[in-house]
Design a protein around this ligand. Structure first.
Ligand code: NZQ
Ligand code: ZN
Length: 385
């Protein structure tokens, strides 16, 4: 096992009706800005429930944070925070709203150009406003981690940042709030959570048996409950499992003490920035060919993954790895997330620009060994057509 430092200060309030606990969790005297996305939180009553729980606190609303939250929109929220002396932020939504709120929390107290937060990956953040979240979409784990991904539309750039100062103080996870999610978003959530586990598990053996077993448990849970969550939107227990699994997939626990990959995510960000694919769609396209391209380097873990997650016990190591890659592709397709670039109307003619952008963003040494180059990524995209 590798040495590690594990820190996670986020309180989780989990269960039906838990939005009411905002009345205790949000400071009573603070000026609060509630940030949300499009219309979903209004339409399904979540926003009203939140306002009710906040009682007579001084509350303002900021709506319109888009999926793949944009720097441009978020800077409008930063201006309001500064003008109105907002002291506490509350995100109500999915990963995009929570990521956006993390950025606003840091940018509001940042001296100089706020885009530098992204250009430096969050390394120089020395203060951020406190905030909490009400999660409405199980997928990203943003509700219990220190990461955020922001898009600057004018530059077609989607970049991540991290800072311990942007852990939410608390997150409310009410599985009932996920009942109104469209099928596509549930499928995206299953794939994204699955991929978060894969990025922290499918590397090389690191003598970390408990991390491996946690990861395998999360992957098996997702293969089991993913189809059920799609088939029965109001099955509380299934939605509860999905919500908690997605949180555990990226709250730091399974990644402590093990090598991590993240190449599929970094290449995926370019596909979203340039062509607008949903985050999970990019991952479903890239992973199968990424694994094939990295088969030798990942063989030990691929065989373990084949045996323990997919119960593949026949054949040579190479055959087991191949079978596991195809089972993974089939799983993504079975929940309705397409796995070929051509499914999203992208062809060979788009690949040069994607690789240029990846290179421009400095993503030239990816993967757990830092040896995945833009040229490898080009081969992966060609194989994913
Ligand atoms: O905008 P509204 O109207 O709220 O609709 C949203 C949005 O259109 C809708 N939605 C959310 N909750 C709903 C609902 N519709 C009906 N009922 C509900 N209860 O769902 C749509 C997608 O929402 P979004 O927040 O964009 O999805 P997700 O949670 O998948 O977040 C994706 C973003 O998170 C980033 C991604 O890159 C992407 O920008 N990620 C963040 C990570 C992190 N912070 O650790 C890690 C991930 O790898 C990921 O990169
Ligand atoms: Zn992701």
């Amino acid at each position: 096992m590798q040495d590690f430092s594990f820190y996670n200060p986020t309180r989780i309030e989990f269960g039906a009706g838990k939005i009411a606990s905002l009345s205790q969790l949000v400071p009573t005297n603070a000026k609060v800005l509630v940030l949300y996305g499009g219309e979903s939180a209004k339409r399904n009553g979540t926003l009203d429930e939140v306002k009710h729980a906040l009682g007579d606190r001084q509350v303002q609303l900021f709506g319109g944070i888009e999926p793949n939250p944009s720097f441009e929109t978020l800077m409008e929220a930063v201006a309001i925070v500064r003008e109105q002396d907002i002291e506490f932020l509350l995100a109500v939504g999915g990963g995009s709203v929570i990521d956006g709120t993390k950025f606003v929390a840091a940018a509001a107290l940042h001296q100089g150009d706020a885009w530098d937060i992204l250009l430096t990956g969050g390394q120089h953040i020395d203060a951020a406003l406190p905030f909490g979240s009400v999660l409405t979409l199980p997928a990203t784990g943003s509700e219990m981690n220190k990461g955020s991904v922001i898009t600057r539309k004018s530059l077609q750039a989607k970049l991540p940042f991290m800072s311990e100062l942007v852990f939410p103080q608390f997150s409310i996870l009410d599985p009932v709030k996920t009942y109104t999610l469209p099928t596509r978003q549930i499928a995206n959530g299953v794939v994204d959570a699955f991929m978060h586990v894969i990025e922290q598990y499918l590397t090389y053996p690191a003598d970390a048996p408990v991390q491996d077993r946690f990861a395998e448990g999360l992957l098996q849970t997702l293969t089991e409950i993913g189809p059920k969550a799609l088939a029965n939107p109001e099955d509380y227990q299934t939605r509860a499992s999905l919500m908690w699994t997605a949180t555990l997939a990226l709250n730091g626990l399974i990644g402590a003490g093990v090598p991590q990959d993240w190449a599929t995510h970094m290449l995926g960000h370019e596909l979203t920035a340039l062509h607008g694919l949903d985050h999970a769609q990019t991952l479903a396209v890239i992973l199968p060919e990424m694994l094939r391209q990295r088969k030798q380097a990942k063989l030990g873990k691929l065989v373990q993954y084949a045996e323990r997650v997919w119960n593949i016990h026949e054949g040579s190591d190479d055959e087991k790895a191949e079978a596991a890659i195809e089972r993974t592709r089939d799983f993504f397709e079975s929940v309705g997330v397409k796995t070929r670039l051509s499914d999203y109307d992208l062809g060979a003619e788009h690949i040069d620009a994607i690789i240029d952008s990846l290179t421009q963003h400095g993503m030239t040494k990816l993967g757990e060994h830092g040896d995945i180059t833009p040229e490898h990524c080009r081969q992966i995209l060609l194989a994913s057509l």
